[in-house]
Design a binder for this molecule. Structure first.
Ligand code: GDP
Ligand code: MG
Length: 599
C-alpha cells in the first residue's frame, strides 16, 4: 500500500476544520461533524469553542483521477489532527513528527498570522514538506496573491507553490489531493528493522485502558508482542491494535510508515506520554525518537469546592479527568481561608479554563479557583533552593537570596498602525524586544517577557489595543532572576492566604490598588463596612472599603411591599453561588480573580 501521512496546520479560524471536512467528504468519508457523533467521543467544549483538544486521526482512500496521468492509482492517506492552541505546542510538534508533510493554511483575507509562522517553523524543524494553501478565496475581501506573497516573504515558501482553495465552495480540493500524492514523500522506514514507534497522542478508554496513537517509524508490531516504553522502561503486551477509518478499525499488525492505535492493558495515562517511543522487547531498537519531553504543567491554580462537603466529589472528578490528560496535575492543598482543595497544574490558561469548565459542567461542582500562578525558583539566604507555584508559600524578601521566574519568547503579528501601542503594552509587561520584522504592511514583533505577565489580562488587552488584529504565540525559554514580592490581601482585617499574588516590585503598588478596588466592588455589601487591604511583608500598600449596604436594599421597599422584599432577598441569595465564607464575609469567585480583571 502507498501511504501519505499529513496534517493540516493553520492559525485559529483560518478554516482548518472546514477544509478537513471538505477533504473527507470528497473522499467519501464522513465529515468531521458526523464523525464526532459516531466514533470516539469528543468533548462538547471542544465543539463549542471550536478548538481541537483531542481527536483521532482519519484514514482515507484516494484513487487518482485520469486527469492526473496516473488514473486508478490507489493511496491511503492518514490525516492527523493537531490541537489548535498555543497551550498545546509540544503536542502539535509530536503530531507533526508522525507526518511527512503538512497543508499550511492561510486565510486569504487575513494573511499570515502568529500561529501560521510558529506552525510553519514546527513543520520545517520536523523536515516536513509544506504544501501552502491559501484558503477562503471565495471571500470578497480575499487577496490570494497577497497571502501567497506573505508566505514567501515570511516563511520562505515560494508563492507559486500555493494552492488557492475554499473549504466553503470546495474550490482547490482536487488540486490539494493531487499535491498530497505528488509533493509529500512516501514514508520511509524499514519494516524489517527493530520496532520504533512514536506516541503522538493517547486517550483513555473505559474498557481497553489507555489507547496509544502511534506512528510506526521502523519495524512492525503485532498482537501479543511485548512492547517497551523508552521513557520509563515499563513493559506491556499488545492486546489489540489497528488503524483509524474514522473510528477504530481492528487489525493484526502495524508496519513502518503506518499510523494506528495500540491497546496494551495500560491503566495509567502517565505511562503513555506523548512523544515517547515504543519498541519491542524481543527486537529492541537502541535509539528512541529524539525530542521526548514529559508533559509539564506551567500554570497553577488552587481549586476549592464552595461547599466543603464536595471535597471528595472534587477529588474523584479530578482523578477522572486525569485519566485522559497526562498534562494535567493535581495535589491536595490546604488553605486557611478556603479549607481543603487541590493545587492544579495546567499547560496554559486555556487548558486551565477547559478543566475548570468540565469540572463544573460534567461533574456538577461549584468551585472557587484562585488566580493562576507560575513556578518560582527560590534560593533562600541559607542556600536552600526550592520551587513553589503557590503564592501563599512565597517567602518575604528578607529571607530570600534570589527568585527566578519563567520567561517566554513571544511572537506577535499585527498591522503597522498598532505597533506603538503594542510595544508599549509589552514594555509595561517587562518585555524586552528581540527583533522586529516588517512584512508588507504588517509587523512581527519578537519579545522576551516574564511568563507571569501574560497570565493577567494580557490577551484581552492585546486584542483591544489592536482592534482584534494582533495575534500571538509563545514558548517558555528559561528562568531569570526578578525582584518579586508577595502581595497579601486582608479582608475584614484577616489575611486571606488564597488571595496572595506574586508580582514584580515595581508593580506591587498598582496591582495591590487594582485588587482591592475590584474586590470592594464584587464583595457583596454587608450591614457594616468591610475593609479590604493589600500588604507587602505586613506593610499596608492599598486599602478600599466594601460599604455597608443591606439595609439600603430593604429601605428601598418602603417597608410595605412584602413580595418585592422577598424577591430582592432571593436575588441576593442566588448571588451566593460560587462564594466562600471567610470569617463573617462572603467572598465571591470574582474576588479571587480580581488580579485578572482588566482595568
Ligand atoms: P479552524 O479554526 O481553522 O478549524 O477554522 P474553521 O474551519 O472552524 O473555520 C473558521 C470560520 O471560517 C468558520 O466560521 C467557517 O465557517 C469559516 N470558513 C472556513 N472556511 C471557509 C471558506 O473557505 N470560506 C469562507 N467564506 N468561510 C470559511
Ligand atoms: Mg477547528
Amino acid at each position: 500500500m502507498k501511504f501519505r501521512n499529513f496534517s493540516i496546520i493553520a492559525h485559529v479560524d483560518h478554516g482548518k476544520s472546514t477544509l478537513a471536512d471538505r477533504i473527507l467528504e470528497s473522499l467519501g468519508a464522513m465529515g468531521e461533524r458526523d464523525k464526532r457523533e459516531q466514533t470516539l467521543d469528543t468533548l462538547e467544549l471542544e465543539r463549542e469553542r471550536g478548538i481541537t483538544i483531542k481527536s483521532t486521526p482519519v484514514r482515507l482512500n484516494y484513487t487518482r483521477p485520469d486527469s492526473s496521468g496516473h488514473g486508478g492509482e490507489e493511496y491511503v492517506f492518514n490525516l492527523i489532527d493537531t490541537p489548535g492552541h498555543v497551550d498545546f505546542g509540544y503536542e502539535v510538534s509530536r503530531s507533526l513528527a508522525a507526518c511527512e508533510g503538512v497543508l499550511l493554511l492561510v486565510d486569504a483575507s487575513q494573511g499570515v498570522e502568529a500561529q501560521t509562522i510558529v506552525n510553519a517553523y514546527l513543520a520545517i524543524d520536523s523536515n516536513l514538506t509544506i504544501i501552502p494553501v491559501v484558503n477562503k478565496i471565495d471571500l470578497p475581501a480575499a487577496d490570494p496573491e497577497g497571502a501567497a506573497q506573505e508566505l514567501e516573504e515570511i516563511v520562505g515558501i515560494p508563492a507559486e507553490d500555493a494552492i488557492f482553495a475554499s473549504g466553503k465552495t470546495g474550490a482547490g480540493v482536487a488540486e490539494i489531493l493531487e499535491a498530497i500524492v505528488e509533493r509529500i514523500p512516501a514514508p520511509s522506514g524499514d519494516p524489517e528493522a527493530p520496532l520504533k514507534a512514536l506516541i503522538f497522542d493517547s486517550i483513555y478508554d473505559a474498557y481497553q485502558g489507555v489507547l496509544l496513537f502511534v506512528r510506526v517509524l521502523e519495524g512492525r508490531v503485532g498482537l501479543k508482542d511485548k512492547i517497551n516504553l523508552f521513557s520509563n522502561g515499563k513493559n506491556f503486551e499488545v492486546d489489540r491494535l489497528g488503524t483509524f477509518s474514522p473510528g477504530l478499525i481492528v487489525g493484526k499488525t502495524l508496519e513502518a510508515g503506518e499510523v494506528g492505535w495500540i491497546a496494551a492493558g495500560i491503566r495509567d495515562i502517565q505511562d503513555a506520554q506523548v512523544g515517547d517511543t515504543i519498541t519491542r522487547t524481543d527486537f529492541p531498537t537502541l535509539e528512541p525518537f529524539p525530542g521526548f519531553k514529559p508533559a509539564q504543567p506551567v500554570v497553577f491554580s488552587g481549586l476549592f469546592p464552595t461547599d466543603t462537603e464536595d471535597y471528595r466529589k472534587l477529588r474523584e472528578a479530578l482523578e477522572r479527568l486525569k485519566l485522559n490528560d497526562a498534562a494535567f496535575s493535581f495535589e491536595p492543598e490546604t488553605s486557611e481561608a478556603l479549607g481543603f482543595g487541590f493545587r492544579c497544574g495546567f499547560l496554559g490558561l486555556l487548558h486551565a479554563e477547559i478543566v475548570q469548565e468540565r469540572l463544573e459542567r460534567e461533574f456538577d461542582l461549584d468551585l472557587i479557583a484562585t488566580a493562576p500562578a507560575v513556578i518560582y525558583r527560590i534560593t533562600m539566604n541559607d542556600g536552600e533552593v526550592f520551587q513553589t507555584q503557590n503564592p501563599a508559600q512565597f517567602p518575604t524578601r528578607d529571607r530570600m537570596e534570589k527568585v527566578e521566574e519563567p520567561y517566554i519568547r513571544m511572537s506577535v503579528m499585527l498591522p503597522e498602525e498598532h505597533v506603538g501601542a503594542v510595544m508599549q503594552l509589552l514594555q509595561e509587561r517587562r518585555g524586552s524586544m528581540v527583533t522586529m520584522n516588517y512584512i508588507g504592511k504588517r509587523v512581527e514583533l519578537i519579545y522576551q517577557v516574564p511568563f507571569a505577565e501574560i497570565l493577567y489580562d494580557f490577551h484581552d488587552r492585546l486584542k483591544s489595543i489592536s482592534r482584534g488584529y494582533a495575534s500571538m504565540d509563545y514558548e517558555i525559554i528559561d528562568y531569570r532572576e526578578g525582584d518579586l514580592r508577595k502581595v497579601d490581601i486582608y479582608v475584614n482585617n484577616e489575611i486571606v492566604d488564597a488571595l496572595a499574588v506574586v508580582v514584580h516590585e515595581d508593580k506591587a503598588y498598582s496591582l495591590g490598588r487594582k485588587i482591592v478596588d475590584k474586590m470592594s466592588e464584587v464583595i457583596p455589601r454587608q450591614m457594616w463596612a468591610v475593609p479590604v487591604q493589600a500588604a507587602i511583608g505586613g506593610k499596608i500598600i492599598a486599602r478600599a472599603t466594601v460599604k455597608a449596604y443591606r439595609k439600603d436594599v430593604l429601605a428601598k421597599c418602603y417597608g410595605g411591599d412584602i413580595s418585592r422584599k422577598k424577591k430582592l432577598l432571593n436575588k441576593q441569595k442566588k448571588g451566593k453561588a460560587r462564594m466562600k465564607q471567610i470569617g463573617t464575609v462572603e467572598v465571591p469567585q470574582e474576588a479571587f480573580l480580581a488580579v485578572l480583571s482588566t482595568e
